[in-house]
Design a protein around this ligand. Structure first.
Ligand SMILES: Nc1ncnc2c1ncn2[C@@H]1O[C@H](COP(=O)(O)OP(=O)(O)OP(=O)(O)O)[C@@H](O)[C@H]1O
Length: 269
C-alpha cells in the first residue's frame, strides 16, 4: 500500500514583468492511497494543473510538503506516470515502440520491455495494433496508447490531466469505461483532472472540488458510481440515475458560483 501525501501546500507563481505574484494554491492538503481514484474539478484557474504538476515533481511547493511513501517528492520519478491531454506520443515510432519507450530510457532489457508492452496493450484493447504508426490512429486509440505507455513503467501513481478532453462523446465514454476496468485490475493511485462533472462523478472514488483565488480544496465527496458501474456494467443507467443527477446538479451549482464570482471580479478590476 502506497500513500502520496500533500500537506498544507502553497504555490506562488512570480508575477510577470510588472504583475503581482499569483497565489495559485493555498493550504492544500490531500492524501491519495493505492486503490483511490481521486478526481479534481473546479473553475478554470483554480490550480488543478498546478497541483498535478507538484505531485508529478515538475515543480516544488512554495510552502508545505509532498511525500510519497514517506519520502519527499523532489522531482519527477518512474513511480509517478503522467498522461496528458495531448498524448505526447512519438510520431516516428510505431505503437509498441512508443509503449516501450519509457522502459528503454530506464535501461530495461528488450525482452522485458516487449513483455510488459504486450501485456499493457492488451489491457487497453490494442493487442492487434502493435506495428501501426501513431498517425494512423484515431484520437481515442492514441489516448489508449498513452495510458498503456504510462502503465508499462508500472508506476504506483497515475496522474492524468484532462486525458479525455479532446475525445468525442462516444469515444470518451468507451475510454472512461476502459479506465475503470484498468483501475479495478491495478492497485494504483489515480489522480485525474477534468472539466466534466459527469466524468468526475462516474470515474472518481473521491471527488475534490477546488475554488480559485487562491486555489484550495473546498469540498470533498466519497463516491461509488464507479463501483456500481463495475458491478452492473451499464454506464448510461448509472449516469441517468436520480442520485447521480442530484449530485451533478449540486456540484454544478458550486462550480458555476465560483465561475460567476471570478467573472465579476475580472469585470470589476
Ligand atoms: N507558469 C505560470 N506562471 C504564472 N501563473 C501561472 C502559471 N501557470 C498557471 N498560472 C496561474 O495559476 C493559476 C492556476 O492555474 P492552473 O493552470 O493550475 O489552473 P487550472 O485549474 O488547471 O486551470 P484550467 O482548468 O483552466 O486548466 C491561474 O491563475 C493561472 O493563470
Amino acid at each position: 500500500m502506497q500513500t502520496l501525501t500533500v500537506s498544507d501546500v502553497d504555490l506562488v507563481y512570480p508575477g510577470h514583468l510588472d504583475g503581482a505574484p499569483i497565489s495559485a494554491l493555498k493550504g492544500v492538503s490531500l492524501e491519495v492511497k493505492s486503490g483511490d481514484f481521486v478526481v479534481a474539478l473546479g473553475a478554470s484557474g483554480c490550480g488543478k494543473t498546478t497541483l498535478l504538476n507538484l505531485m508529478a515533481g515538475f515543480m516544488a511547493p512554495s510552502a508545505g510538503k509532498i511525500t510519497l511513501g514517506g519520502r519527499p517528492v523532489t522531482g519527477p520519478g518512474a513511480e509517478r506516470g503522467v498522461v496528458f491531454q495531448k498524448h505526447a506520443l512519438l510520431p516516428w515510432l510505431n505503437i509498441i515502440d512508443n509503449v516501450e519507450f519509457g522502459l528503454k530510457l530506464q535501461g530495461v532489457d528488450a525482452r522485458t520491455r516487449r513483455e510488459r508492452a504486450v501485456k499493457n496493450l492488451a489491457l487497453v484493447g490494442l493487442e492487434d495494433f502493435h506495428k501501426q504508426m501513431i498517425y494512423h490512429l484515431s484520437g481515442g486509440m492514441q489516448q489508449r496508447v498513452g495510458i498503456a505507455r504510462a502503465l508499462t513503467c508500472d508506476p504506483a501513481m497515475l496522474l492524468m490531466d484532462e486525458p479525455m478532453a479532446a475525445l468525442d462523446a462516444l469515444t470518451r465514454e468507451t475510454v472512461q469505461e476502459l479506465l475503470l476496468k484498468i483501475w479495478q485490475q491495478t492497485d494504483k493511485m489515480y489522480f485525474f483532472i477534468t472539466h466534466s462533472v459527469e466524468e468526475a462523478l462516474f470515474l472518481g472514488s473521491r471527488l475534490i472540488v477546488m475554488s480559485p483565488r487562491p486555489g484550495r480544496i473546498t469540498h470533498t465527496y466519497d463516491l461509488d458510481f464507479n463501483r456500481r458501474f463495475l458491478a452492473e456494467g451499464n454506464s448510461r443507467a448509472i449516469k441517468s440515475s436520480r442520485d447521480f443527477i442530484e449530485m451533478r446538479e449540486e456540484i454544478l451549482g458550486i462550480i458555476y458560483g465560483d465561475e460567476r464570482a471570478g467573472a465579476k471580479e475580472r469585470l470589476d478590476a
